[in-house]
Design a protein around this ligand. Structure first.
Ligand code: SF4
Length: 393
C-alpha cells in the first residue's frame, strides 16, 4: 500500500468520523501525523459512546495459558520462545493446564486463552485431545485458543487447509480464535522482524477469514512500535477493516506497544503514552465496523490503561491472572478484580465483567458457585485475591 496523508484539514476528518462517515486510510494517516491528542480523544470518545453506551466500561477475567514455550520460529521481538531441545523448553501436562483452569474459575473467570510457541512435534490430534479434555472436564470455561501462526503450522504439518484445521478444532471444543501473531500486517515489516515465516499478512487474514466462515468469532490485534512507519500501522488497520466488512467476525481490536527487554530488538526506542493514546484514538475513529476497542493496561501501566477509556476504548481487557509473553519482555503488571473495578469507576463508568465474546455481562452471583467449587485449587497467593472479591458486592 502506497499511503500518504490526505490533504484534508484534520478538523474536517474528525467531523466526518463523528457524524458517522467513513474516513479513508489517508485521512487516518493524517490524524496520526497531525492530529491534536485531545481532539482525537474527544472524537474517539463520541464514537465509543455511540457504539457502546456512555455509562459502562467492561473487562473480563481469563487466563493466558501458554501450553508450550517451544517454538520453531525466532521472531526478533519475542523474549518468550525457546528453541526445540532447549533445557528450559516446556510442554505443560494436561493436568497442569486443568489446574490453571480451576484457579481461573475460582477467581470468577469465564475463559482461557491458550497459545504457544509453535511446537514442531505436535500433531493436530494433540490440539484436539487438549480441547476435548478441557471442554469435557470444564464445560463452563470458554476456550479461546490457537492463533493464526499455530493454525498455519498445523495445516502445513497435516497437509490440510486452514478451514479443515479450524473445523477439526471446532469439533473438538474450540470456541474462538485469538488475534495473536498479527503484529503489523505488512510483509515488509514482517520480514524485517522475522515474523513473515510464521505467517504472512495474507495468511493471518486468511486464517481469520476461514474462522469467520466457519462461524467462529475472533479478536484482532496490532503490536506496533518496532521501528515501522506510521503508514504501515494504517495499512494494518485497513486490512482488518476490509476483512470485517467481508465477514463481520471480529469481536474487538486490541493494540499494544512492543516491549523490548530481553529481545533481539532492545535498541528500538520505546513508544510512550502520547503515541499510544494517539494510535488508540485513531484506531477507534478508523475501525468504524468493529464494536469494541480495548485499552492495554498490561503494556502501558494501570493509569494510562485507564486513560485509554477516554481515548476510544470501551474495554480494559483481562485482569491477567497469568501472562507470560509480555512479562518475558520486562512488563509485569497484575491486578485484582476489585482494583480493575475501582479504576473503571474512577474513570467515570460502571464496571461490568463480560464474557470472552462480549455477548453478555457476568454478575458475581453467576460465577460465585463455580468459584466456590474450585477454590481449593488456588495457590496461597491467589487466596488473597479471593478474599477481596466480595468487598464491592
Ligand atoms: S512470537 Fe510466537 S511464533 Fe514468534 S518466536 Fe515468539 S512464540 Fe514463536
Amino acid at each position: 500500500m502506497n499511503l500518504h496523508p490526505s490533504q484534508r484539514p484534520v478538523r474536517d476528518i474528525l467531523d466526518d468520523a463523528v457524524s458517522g462517515l467513513r474516513i479513508t486510510a489517508g485521512d487516518a494517516h493524517s490524524l496520526l501525523v497531525d492530529g491534536d491528542l485531545l481532539d482525537l480523544g474527544l472524537a474517539a470518545d463520541e464514537i465509543r459512546c455511540r457504539l457502546n453506551g456512555e455509562n459502562v466500561a467492561t473487562y473480563n477475567i481469563d487466563r493466558n495459558i501458554n501450553y508450550t514455550n517451544v517454538c520453531v520460529y525466532k521472531c526478533r521481538f519475542c523474549a518468550f520462545y525457546r528453541e526445540p531441545g532447549a533445557v528450559d523448553g516446556y510442554l505443560l501436562p494436561f493436568d497442569e493446564i486443568g489446574r490453571k483452569v480451576e484457579e481461573t474459575l475460582a477467581l470468577n473467570g469465564t475463559g482461557i486463552l491458550l497459545q504457544g510457541g509453535v511446537h514442531p512435534d505436535l500433531p493436530i490430534t494433540y490440539y484436539e485431545d487438549l480441547l476435548g479434555f478441557l471442554s469435557e472436564r470444564y464445560p463452563e470455561i470458554h476456550l479461546h485458543a490457537f492463533s493464526p501462526p499455530e493454525v498455519k503450522f498445523i495445516a502445513k504439518k497435516e497437509r490440510m487447509s486452514f478451514f479443515e484445521v479450524i473445523e477439526r478444532l471446532k469439533q473438538a471444543g474450540l470456541q474462538s480464535i485469538p488475534g495473536g501473531g498479527a503484529e503489523i500486517l505488512s510483509d515488509g515489516v514482517r520480514k524485517e522482524v522475522l515474523a513473515y515465516g510464521k505467517c504472512s499478512a495474507d495468511e493471518w487474514i486468511d486464517v481469520m477469514r476461514q474462522a469467520h466462515r466457519n462461524g467462529l468469532r475472533t479478536s484482532s490485534t496490532m503490536m506496533y512500535g518496532m521501528g515501522e512507519d506510521l503508514a504501515t500501522r494504517i495499512e494494518h488497520m485497513q486490512r482488518v477493516r476490509d476483512l470485517q466488512d467481508e465477514t463481520g467476525g471480529f469481536t474487538a481490536f486490541i493494540s499494544w506497544t512492543f516491549q523490548h527487554d530481553h529481545t533481539d530488538m532492545e535498541d528500538v526506542p520505546e513508544t510512550f503514552a502520547h503515541e499510544y493514546l494517539t494510535t488508540l484514538a485513531v484506531s477507534r475513529l478508523f475501525l468504524d465496523n468493529i464494536q469494541h476497542v480495548q485499552t492495554s493496561w498490561v503494556t502501558q501501566g494501570k493509569k494510562i490503561g485507564q486513560l485509554g477509556l477516554k481515548f476510544g476504548a470501551d474495554d480494559m481487557g483481562s485482569i491477567m491472572i497469568e501472562e507470560n509473553v509480555v512479562s518475558a519482555a520486562g512488563t509485569c503488571y497484575q491486578m485484582s478484580q476489585d482494583e480493575m473495578e475501582h479504576l473503571i469507576v474512577a474513570a467515570g463508568y460502571e464496571p461490568r465483567q463480560r464474557t470472552n465474546l462480549y455477548e453478555r455481562f457476568v454478575s458475581r452471583e453467576d460465577t460465585a458457585p463455580l468459584a466456590g467449587e474450585y477454590r481449593h485449587a488456588l495457590t496461597p497467593e491467589k487466596q488473597d485475591l479471593v478474599t477481596l472479591l466480595p468487598i464491592l458486592g
